[in-house]
Design a protein around this ligand. Structure first.
Ligand code: TEU
Length: 583
């Protein structure tokens, strides 16, 4: 199976691509801080990405999603933006970004920016101006007086009882005005007030500026938070908790779809060339059906959190981890397949810069099973119906970091959880065990390019240490090994380009309750006897498939296998195969 050759992209504005072009595309997410450092300061940068575009072209991906490179104080590694229309010097310059866009387009790769407009940095000029109660920008953010009957700065004076996503109150007192501002994330990430049309129009103008500069779409950060219950009610307080949950009040508010449709119109997002995907922590299938329905012209896709929240005890914070039996995982993905079968479109992902590495989370990252489980997890995901998203290093089989001390962590979410949990009396080993499983730094260790110092990521001291397993797990080793995770991902991407059933085949989940097997059918809508069959052993123990549980395999063609040269119904640990029947 050869991957499709790179296709030079047409000049901006003359793109003849068919509408919904992204249905055959694979997206690759780059977290710039950790991808490739060109100047030896220990932090990844734009020229570093441009210098490694051939890695992406060889992989065969179609879209590069670039996590934020805008000017930022870096309180949340760039998801706190102080200038939406400039590049932070840490990453380079606007000219470097133009070079990256041109380098992508020359290789037939589109570039999608990360749009973070639920909040800005507290150092953004908009917020700085809004600190003056008399400023017209005051209403660009959620400023509120202390709770009635309370003096500013006294316990309980916060306007609501909400907890921030990064621990502590979601309100910060501004001593000068005696009022509080809302920040659902860090106190340096004040929430924009989307109720104000001036805010919306300023965002749309910025988006148009990026489209005119040649970008091909947007990944929209926590976009289902932009509309919330404007009365800002208190939230339920869990037993023993200090704060209430903002969730019901801020997720999927009453004007969300109005804003998304307005954005689509004002920015021209429905023109077909652009790709939009909304990160929706509170998404449901019903909401996704509406938001991704092409007739409603809102978004093309959403990121659901349902499957990546399955290992969280219901109603508990992400750090309260429970096991996820395979049936729960595969049935959740299947529910989204069925839910969006007749309208809308799924995104497909295991990893991103916020999630632990899937091979450590849902696979087996031991030396015996790392490669096979990474390949099989990639196979089952990419053979679902939707657009797959690969996070940097996933194509290598990169694993969680294995940190054992809080001093190794850099992420504000982890550090604030550590501090708050210890203050609440949670034992240190419990906190460190939770961080090791779920901390976001697991996804942010440097990209593992080679077996050399710092994994070839930097000639300096990396901002976060490279995983010691880079000696074995790296791109150079992957390139040279036909059976590597890297070459398996390359084949999966090529299969999507070359076999229409990967894109359009109707999804069926067989053996939904089997504890080890993940068996998928993708059936030709025009010919039910023509189908793809994926048989995967998603366990570290061998197993045997009962022929009676499968379609008739007579004449089946093997398209892709984790363990080539093998056939039959006995499957090794983490062995999977993709077959085509009835061709
Ligand atoms: O993440 C949104 C979000 O819900 C995260 O808080 C996520 O649930 C959590 O990190 C899981 O551990 C987006 C960005 O992807 C994240 O990097 C930012 O920190 C956050 O928004 C604020 O911009």
């Amino acid at each position: 199976m050869t991957s499709s050759p790179s296709r030079p992209a047409p000049a901006h504005g003359t793109d003849p691509r068919p509408a919904n072009w992204w249905r055959t595309a694979t997206v690759y997410q780059v977290y710039p801080r950790s991808f490739a450092d060109s100047d030896g300061d220990g932090v990844g940068d734009l020229p570093g990405i441009t210098a490694h575009l051939d890695h992406l072209a060889r992989l065969g991906i179609d879209v590069l999603w670039l996590s934020p490179v805008y000017r930022s104080p870096m309180d949340d590694n760039g998801y706190d933006i102080s200038d939406y229309q400039d590049v932070d010097p840490l990453f380079g310059t606007l000219a470097d970004l133009d070079d990256l866009v041109a380098g992508c387009h020359a290789r037939g790769i589109r570039l999608v920016m990360d749009l973070v407009v639920n909040h800005t940095s507290d150092e953004h000029p908009w917020f700085v101006e809004s600190r003056d109660p008399a400023s017209p920008k005051r209403d660009w953010y959620w400023w509120r007086p202390p709770r009635p009957g309370h003096d500013p700065g006294t316990p309980g004076a916060e306007p609501t009882n909400w907890e921030s996503m990064f621990s502590g109150s979601a309100w910060e007192l501004d001593e000068t005005s005696g009022e509080y501002y809302l920040h659902l994330f860090s106190r340096k990430q004040p929430d924009l007030n989307w109720e104000n049309p001036a805010v919306r129009q300023a965002v749309y103008a910025m988006m148009r500026w990026w489209v005119e500069r040649g970008v091909d779409g947007f990944r929209m950060d926590v976009i289902d938070l932009i509309s919330r219950n404007p009365s800002l009610p208190d939230g339920p307080v869990a037993p023993g908790a200090m704060f209430g949950s903002a969730y019901e009040a801020v997720i999927n508010g009453p004007r969300l779809e109005e804003y998304l449709a307005e954005m689509n119109r004002e920015v021209g997002l429905g023109a077909g060339r652009l790709l939009t995907v909304g990160e929706m922590p509170g998404s449901s299938i019903d909401l996704a059906r509406r938001v991704t329905d092409p007739a409603r012209r809102e978004l093309d896709m959403v990121f659901t959190f349902e499957h990546v929240d399955l290992d969280v005890r219901p109603g508990a914070p992400k750090w309260d981890v429970v096991d996820v039996p395979l049936p729960r995982l595969k049935q959740n993905l299947a529910s989204w397949q069925h839910g969006l079968a007749d309208v809308g479109w799924n995104s497909l992902y295991w990893n991103n810069h916020d999630q632990p590495r899937v091979v450590s989370r849902f696979g087996d990252d031991s030396p015996d099973h790392l490669v096979a489980s990474a390949k099989t997890l990639g196979t089952v995901l990419h053979l679902h119906r939707g657009t797959p998203y690969i996070y940097q290093g996933e194509e290598l089989g990169m694993t969680n970091a294995g940190f054992t001390s809080i001093d190794e962590y850099r992420d504000i979410e982890s550090i604030r959880y550590h501090d708050q949990a210890l203050a609440a009396g949670v034992p240190l080993d419990t906190v460190l065990a939770a961080l090791a499983l779920k901390g976001r730094d697991n996804a942010r260790t440097p990209m593992q390019w080679d077996a050399g110092p710092h994994a070839g990521f930097t000639s300096g001291e990396p901002w976060l240490p490279a995983n010691p397993n880079h000696v074995e797990v790296n791109a150079v080793a992957g390139q040279g090994n036909p059976e590597s995770v890297l070459n398996h991902y390359r084949a999966l991407i090529a299969l999507r380009h070359d076999n229409p059933l990967v894109v359009d085949g109707r999804f069926e989940l067989l053996l939904p309750d089997h504890p080890q097997l993940w068996v998928i059918v993708r059936r030709d809508p025009a010919d039910p006897s023509h189908l793809l069959l994926v048989v995967a052993n998603c366990s570290s123990e061998p197993t045997t498939v009962d022929a009676g549980d499968l379609p008739d395999l007579a004449g089946a063609a093997l398209l892709l296998a984790t363990h080539p040269g093998r056939e039959g119904l006995d499957l090794l640990p983490w062995e999977s195969r993709v077959l085509e029947l009835g061709r």
